[in-house]
Design a protein around this ligand. Structure first.
Ligand SMILES: [Zn+2]
Ligand SMILES: [Zn+2]
Ligand SMILES: [Zn+2]
Length: 393
């Protein structure tokens, strides 16, 4: 090798060749054995304008074809998906993520400075072990309560649906059932990809979706401790199949001594009784609306007081079945969360009428919830596209 990568801007070696795209779980789609086409230097990156390797794939049946939009250097600099530009860890727009982590973007916008910056960055990334994102994101040390509240823990495949048929909207589509586009009323005000400037989203400015999310985060509900100071028990809901008492102990011991953890399998919930009220209050404050264990977002509420328990009939659940009383437990369970079947576009768990934890209860837990780390995708790459049930734009 005569020259190292990035030593000459006008040299082809500075162009990006990649074997795997860096994608979030949503953009990748449900099928882990997806077919992809790969085109070396297929397009200019929409941020740095350097030619890069473009991947195209269909993320599922009746979904629209997707392709990578920005190069891997730009993606790594911000730790975002190459296609949707949402943060790979939290699934949130860059502006929200950067606000949460108190990161200030230092990427220059002018062409010459940008080129120089990108080159330096590329060198820095090449020398790193690849376990941390590059740029300011990699340097961020604080974690943010707000990000945990807003974070998506499950992929949102609806985001991959075809675009809305513009002919149908005007009443002019003649293709009927055959039409590959969606015959639906526009428009999803929450669609993070609708009518947004890709550069603004990348630099984290003027992003209307981010503004909305940040506003909502500031008005999210709080969990007030009950007046009855004898209550030291928290209700943890939405455990699913995977969360065990060991997981709960592993998380909650940091707040103080735990007296008991009781799991109620049938209700997929648990009661954690702390030795002190102080520990319980601390645990409630730190975990309410932001507790994610094994990829499951858990509901946190306070246990009921003795007085409330007496009124509701000891040992009776909402179903009316009698359970063996467990010593030291609050009797009645909190009412089950309202199940919201098909929530409208809710990209970020943010329906003000239901808590984020409740939203996730309605979703089946798919395997592999976290976005795959760069370079570790289990995709099968073929160099030729095949006939597929998906439509092409
Ligand atoms: Zn780029
Ligand atoms: Zn994505
Ligand atoms: Zn149509």
């Amino acid at each position: 090798m005569a020259t190292s990568l990035g030593s000459n801007t006008y040299n082809r070696q500075n162009w990006e060749d990649a074997d795997f795209p860096i994608l979030c779980q949503t953009c990748l789609g449900e099928n882990p054995y997806i077919r992809m086409t790969k085109e070396k230097y297929g397009k200019e990156c929409k941020i740095c304008a350097r030619p890069f390797t473009v991947f195209r794939w269909c993320p599922g049946t009746r979904m629209r074809f997707k392709k990578t939009e920005v190069c891997q250097t730009c993606s790594k600099m911000k730790n975002v998906c190459q296609t949707c530009l949402l943060d790979l860890e939290y699934g949130l727009p860059i502006q929200v993520r950067d606000t949460g982590l108190a990161i200030k973007d230092d990427i220059p916008r002018s062409d010459v400075n940008k080129e120089y910056f990108t080159q330096n960055m590329e060198r820095e990334l090449a020398n790193s072990d690849g376990t941390r994102p590059g740029g300011q994101v990699g340097k961020a040390t604080s974690s943010s309560d707000m990000l945990l509240k807003l974070a998506r823990t499950t992929p949102y495949y609806k985001r991959n649906r075809p675009h809305i048929c513009s002919f149908w909207v005007k009443g002019e589509c003649r293709r009927g059932e055959e039409c590959p586009y969606r015959h639906e009323k526009p428009t999803d005000p929450d669609d993070p990809l609708a009518d947004q400037n890709i550069k603004d989203r990348y630099y984290g400015i003027n992003d209307p979706v981010a503004d909305k999310l940040l506003k909502r985060a500031s008005t999210m509900p709080r969990l007030d401790p009950p007046d009855d100071k004898s209550i030291t028990t928290l209700y943890i809901g939405g455990l699913g199949e995977t969360v065990t008492d060991g997981d709960l102990k592993g998380y909650f011991y940091q707040f103080g001594e735990i007296r008991t953890i009781t799991i109620v399998q049938r209700q997929q919930c648990a009661f954690i009784q702390f030795a002190t009220r102080q520990a319980a209050e601390m645990a409630a404050e730190k975990s309410f609306n932001k507790l994610i264990v094994n990829g499951q977002r858990l509901t946190v509420k306070w246990g009921r007081s003795q007085a409330a328990r007496g009124k509701e009939g000891e040992g009776l659940t909402e179903m009316g079945t009698r359970l063996d009383p467990v010593p030291g437990l609050p009797g009645a369970l909190p009412p089950p969360p309202p199940l919201d079947e098909e929530a409208p576009a809710n990209y970020f768990n943010l329906d003000p009428s239901t808590s984020p934890a409740v939203m996730n209860l309605t979703l089946p837990p798919p395997p592999g919830l976290n976005p795959p780390p760069p370079g570790k995708l289990t995709t099968n790459i073929y160099s030729h596209s095949n006939t597929s049930p998906c439509m092409k734009r």
